[in-house]
Design a protein around this ligand. Structure first.
Ligand SMILES: [Zn+2]
Length: 354
């Protein structure tokens, strides 16, 4: 984050900025390879955040206009920790987000270059993530700032889809093994308190699912998945609730895998997997990224055995609950990330031997 802050302040020249990011990504790749991970990411070192990367690459946004809390339909914010709604003038999350203020200029690829660099530096299959259309539309459109560019949130959403669709196709053509759309804001509907502030929750869910289907439609070579987490900040989340509310809707997703968190304490019981869609694979979150504790691999093995009562073992992939991405919102030491990945890889090895 220090490097990004210096870049924004114009205190670092572009070559130094790039070469430092390259070094960090090479280190992240080697760390995963050493830990025994089978599918590699670039650690997302080039992104100030997984959502802001879209605004960084695609023109039409202005920095730091919005508060970090979830935005409700009327433009007010939902503070998940205090569990209350606050007016924009009173919102005081420590995070800031850009808002769309002009029609987007979709000339530049979003994550294609980072995917290319990653693939040039590992022989293992790679995973590349993109923010879902829904989270971009809810996170970056606000009635106070965006109406001139896009009268409604839906208008903005309609413009986002072709950009992500093209990006997904280019990632596929490059040979990316797994393309993941991150949709924490769809997952937030697991929380009854948050959900109660929406007039038409089902419509929101269907919108998100439909947009994802449109982005991945026609993708055949790459595997596709959607990541559902409860939006952490600083090792915490205020959003509660298990996936039982959401799961029945997810059968309509035309992707290969649902990448879900099950290790964190408020994820609830694995029994919700009873309703897991039969045609989908499960990315089983088996390492809590909030707690500092390194889980013994035996505990992960046990968890997979329990999950396998509902979802066949051949449909389960292991992953951490969420990313370890280094940022000011997720201060996870690299040693901890390494040891957690190693425990996960060791569990996978033991389960394959069985
Ligand atoms: Zn996540």
């Amino acid at each position: 984050m220090d490097l990004f802050a210096r870049e924004v302040a114009g205190q670092v020249d572009p070559e130094t900025f790039q070469s430092r990011l390259d070094s960090a990504v090479l280190y992240a790749i080697q760390l995963q390879e050493m830990a025994g991970v089978d599918i590699i990411t670039d650690g997302e070192y080039r992104r100030e955040s997984y959502v802001k990367i879209f605004a960084q690459r695609v023109g039409g946004f202005e920095r730091d206009l919005l508060d970090g809390f979830a935005i409700l339909d009327d433009g007010r914010f939902y503070d998940s920790r205090a569990r209350r709604v606050v007016a924009p003038s009173q919102a005081e999350s420590p995070l800031r987000y850009p808002a769309v203020v002009r029609p987007i200029e979709a000339g530049r690829p979003v994550v294609l270059e980072e995917a290319r660099f990653l693939m040039a530096h590992t022989s293992l299959p790679v995973k590349v993530t993109l923010p879902s259309p829904y989270i971009l539309a809810r996170r970056l459109w606000h009635p106070d700032f965006s109406r001139e560019a896009y009268p409604t949130r839906q208008d903005f959403l309609d413009d986002i889809i072709p950009v992500l669709r093209r990006e997904a196709r280019e990632l596929e053509a490059l040979g990316v093994y797994f393309i993941q759309l991150d949709d924490p804001w769809l997952s937030l509907f697991v929380d009854e308190g948050y959900r109660s502030h929406f007039e038409a929750v089902e419509r929101e869910i269907h919108t998100s699912i439909d947009c994802i289907n449109r982005v991945v439609s026609g993708i055949r070579q790459a595997r596709t998945g959607v990541h559902f987490c409860r939006a952490h900040y600083n090792r915490q989340t205020g959003f509660r609730g298990d996936y039982s509310y959401l799961l029945p809707y997810l059968k309509d997703l035309r992707v290969d895998q649902l990448v879900m968190e099950f290790a964190l304490p408020n994820a609830g019981s694995l029994e919700v997997l009873e309703a897991f869609p039969e045609h989908l694979e499960l990315g089983l979150g088996c390492v809590d990224v909030r707690s500092e504790e390194i889980p013994p691999s035996g505990r992960i093995v046990e968890m997979v055995r329990r999950a396998a009562r509902y979802v066949g073992r051949d449909r389960i992939t292991l992953n951490p609950d969420c990313g370890f991405a280094p940022s000011n919102t997720n201060p996870i030491p690299l040693d901890e990330a390494y040891r957690k990945l190693k425990a996960m890889a060791e569990a996978a090895r033991r389960l394959r031997e069985e």
